[in-house]
Structure formats: structure tokens, C-alpha cells
Design a protein around this ligand. Structure first.
Ligand code: URA
Length: 217
């Protein structure tokens, strides 16, 4: 059994919060265990809860489309959520539920060790970049130190479901998605694995600087 599969078994057996008592099944996430890109959504919805897979509803369809836009397939990336069990009636996950589930997400990130973590929507962004506005943070890659994880490059995007009820966001999400290949290239070029542990300010400033971002992407 792979290290990831062993983790998945533990996630499926989790009872750390009350969500497990109301959901149908745990949705740990799925994809390539060696993915360069890991997407993090909010939590399973009705269809995900039924099928045990992340992003398989309408928002998932749009996400698949966006992944296709950057020349990849769902099987190439890894898709997870902040909470692994569906909140009743699709309500927002409560802070204590997200907190209880956080060690699982951390463990997933550690095993998959992606080059880039893409947060989808406010809730996923809040875990990584607390107290920020998604309207200001979307489309900017940032290198951040996360306790228990070390330095990682994060990229915040609007949630694909937002495009479904606010059509104007569709183009914004597309534009942000299209920057991903370039971000991966920059990570590869300037910030190889051996540099990960060093104190380099890498592209944090470069990525987050509006003006320079223009010239980069
Ligand atoms: N929305 C999410 O945030 N995650 C899913 O898995 C499905 C919809």
C-alpha cells in the first residue's frame, strides 16, 4: 500500500468532528500522488458526498475545463478539500471543523509534495492566507512559510462554483488559470528542490508585486 493510500484509510476512519455523523461518506480527495499541482477546495457537496469523489458536480465540470485549458487532465493533478466530509445542506465549514480536518490536509500536502498549491475559493484561501480578501489575492502566486509544512508556493483563485452564479468571474478564473504553467516554470527555474529549504525570498515579492506580475505573466 502506498504511503498516500495508508493516509487515505486513516482519513476515511476519522471521527474528529461531527460532520462524519451527517455525511454519507468521507471524500479524502483524488488524483496523482506525485502531482506538481494540488487544488484545494472547500468541502464535498451533495454529489461528492454521494460518489465519494471531489469536484464531480457542476463546479467540478468547470474545474475540469480549466485544468484542460492548461493542457492537463484531472489525473495529472491532485484535488482535495479543506474538510473531507460534507457539511449538512452545503453550509460553510465551521472554523472548528476546518481546524479538526487541517492535519489531514497537511499530511496530504507532505506526501504529495506539490510544487504549487492552488486554493479554490475563500475558505481554502483562509487556511493559508488568513484575513485576506480573495478579490485582492486571486491570481497572485505567493511563497509562504506554513507551520508544519515549511515553505510552499500558493496561488489563490476564485472557487469554480463562483463562475456558475456570477458569470463575470468566469473570465477572471480563466485568466488566472492560464498563468499556472508560467508559475510552474518560474518555480522550476528559480526555486529547485534544493533551494526549498534555504532562506530565499524567491518570488514572493515578484509574484505579489502587481507591476512586476504584469511583466512575468
Ligand atoms: N466544492 C468544493 O469546494 N469541493 C468539492 O469537492 C466540490 C465542490
Amino acid at each position: 500500500m502506498s504511503q498516500y493510500k495508508a493516509l487515505e484509510e486513516k482519513i476515511k476512519a476519522c471521527r474528529k468532528c461531527d460532520l462524519r455523523s451527517t455525511c454519507t461518506q468521507v471524500v479524502p480527495g483524488e488524483g496523482n500522488e506525485k502531482a506538481a499541482i494540488m487544488f484545494i477546495g472547500e468541502g464535498p457537496g451533495e454529489k461528492e458526498d454521494k460518489l465519494g469523489r471531489p469536484f464531480v458536480g457542476a463546479a467540478g465540470k468547470f474545474l475540469d475545463e480549466m485544468i484542460g485549458l492548461i493542457g492537463m487532465k484531472r489525473e495529472d493533478v491532485f484535488i482535495a478539500n479543506v474538510v473531507k466530509c460534507r457539511p449538512p445542506g452545503n453550509r460553510d465549514p465551521m472554523p472548528e471543523e476546518a481546524e479538526a480536518c487541517w492535519p489531514w490536509l497537511l499530511a496530504q500536502i507532505k506526501i504529495i509534495n506539490p510544487k504549487l498549491i492552488v486554493t479554490l475559493g475563500r475558505h481554502a484561501m483562509e487556511r493559508i492566507l488568513p484575513n485576506q480578501k480573495i478579490s485582492q489575492m486571486h491570481g497572485k502566486a505567493l511563497r509562504r512559510e506554513i507551520t508544519g509544512l515549511g515553505k510552499q508556493v500558493f496561488y489563490a483563485l476564485y472557487h469554480p462554483a463562483a463562475a456558475l452564479y456570477q458569470g463575470s468571474l468566469r473570465e477572471t478564473i480563466k485568466t488566472d488559470f492560464k498563468k499556472i504553467p508560467k508559475i510552474l516554470k518560474v518555480i522550476d527555474k528559480g526555486d529547485g528542490e534544493e533551494n526549498k529549504k534555504k532562506e530565499i525570498q524567491m518570488n514572493a515579492d515578484r509574484f505579489s508585486d502587481e507591476n512586476k506580475q504584469e511583466s512575468l505573466f
